[in-house]
Design a binder for this molecule. Structure first.
Ligand code: SF4
Length: 343
């Protein structure tokens, strides 16, 4: 049986053609699946009866099972999904101040990167998600909230570029105009800097929004909290980011979790100014969210100190925002998604 939500339009067209059907049927099926949310081939009444029968015999429509939905004080909704093999993943719907919505999707069950300040990194790694498991998080949440469109951020559980093929495929499927029709401008991929995949992404999906998990502009410090820095050093990643084609009037976002005494000093600000002055970028300062899996080793920088740090950078012309972490009361904020105890 073929997982139809894992197919791009082009793949489905080719598959239908090989079975003797017209190419345009693929667009019809995409529209049934993604625009009309029809999860049963027998209800796709614009298709001939024989075709519906054959589709039911050869394809299946992946449906994630919802385990629970938690709603935070600020309106953020955390979805706990159970996958076919029983694995659990989380996704978050975040209401924005401008009345729009952002959906944060996961790409892996757990994560192999082991960033020290991140609950997902502490829970270990189980497996990559399939393209359909990534797409289905969006499809389900849009439907559940009666939404037609949302910004999609690949910032949930897992490192998207560590599951490269399925991540790119899921983006192509979501961007298809006969399907969910989510434009490139609404897609943001966040990475800690897997160099070979980042270089490939430049070829496969240029002009999507990119967020880079920086967390320290000083390479030795970054290695202390992000083991990936040993394999793909900051300087090499920055070189690739400099050449990354980004949309007009957009900047690469540098994500920076503020950890007391570790990356919030004058020296850290200076290092940031140094690397950011040469790059079309903006800095997103994120107050560290506490989580049982992270323990007490890291403490958040106080809001007062974060403001001072931000000002120091703004004085040098760096574009800085301070993220209001949504969903922290339901463990849905940045770095808090985790579905098991620490491994
Ligand atoms: S911050 Fe991202 S890359 Fe690092 S462990 Fe957490 S999920 Fe993985």
């Amino acid at each position: 049986m073929i997982d139809i939500l894992s197919l791009t339009l082009k793949e489905l067209e080719e598959m239908l053609l090989s079975k003797g059907y017209e190419k345009y049927r693929a667009k019809q099926i995409f529209s049934f699946l993604y625009k009309q949310n029809i999860d049963n081939f027998n209800l796709m009444t614009a298709l001939k009866k024989d075709m519906r029968k054959q589709l039911s015999e050869e394809f299946f429509i992946y449906s994630v099972k919802i385990r629970s939905v938690s709603i935070g004080n600020d309106g953020a909704k955390k979805y706990l999904f159970e996958l076919l093999d029983g694995a659990l993943i989380e996704s978050v719907l975040i209401p924005m101040d401008n009345g729009k919505f952002t959906i944060c999707v996961s790409t892996q069950v757990g994560c192999t990167m082991g960033c020290k300040f991140c609950a997902t990194g502490r829970m270990g790694f189980k497996r990559n998600l399939t393209a359909s498991e990534i797409v289905e998080q969006t499809r389900y949440i849009l439907k559940d909230n009666g939404l037609k469109i949302a910004n999609i951020v690949y910032m949930g559980m897992g490192e998207p570029l560590d599951n490269y093929d399925n991540t790119v495929k899921s983006m192509l499927i979501m961007m298809e105009e006969f399907g969910l029709g989510i434009s490139k401008r609404r897609m943001t991929l966040s990475t800690c800097g897997i160099l070979p995949s980042l270089k490939q992404l430049k070829k496969d999906l240029p002009y999507i929004n990119l967020a880079f998990s920086l967390h320290s502009a000083i390479s030795e410090k970054r290695s202390m909290i992000m083991p990936i820095n040993e394999k793909y050093p900051l300087e090499d990643v920055l070189r690739v980011l400099k050449d990354f084609p980004i949309p007009r009037r957009r900047r690469i976002t540098f994500e920076y979790v503020m950890i007391k005494g570790l990356n919030d000093t004058r020296e850290d600000a200076k290092a940031l100014i140094n690397i950011m002055s040469n790059l079309k970028s903006k800095l997103n300062l994120i107050p560290l969210n506490k989580h049982d899996l992270i323990g007490t080793k890291f403490e958040p920088t106080s809001m007062n100190e974060i403001e001072k740090f931000a000002q120091r950078l703004r004085n040098k012309g760096i574009f800085v925002t301070i993220r209001k972490s949504k969903g922290s009361d339901i463990n849905a904020a940045c770095g808090m998604l985790a579905t098991t105890k620490a491994s």
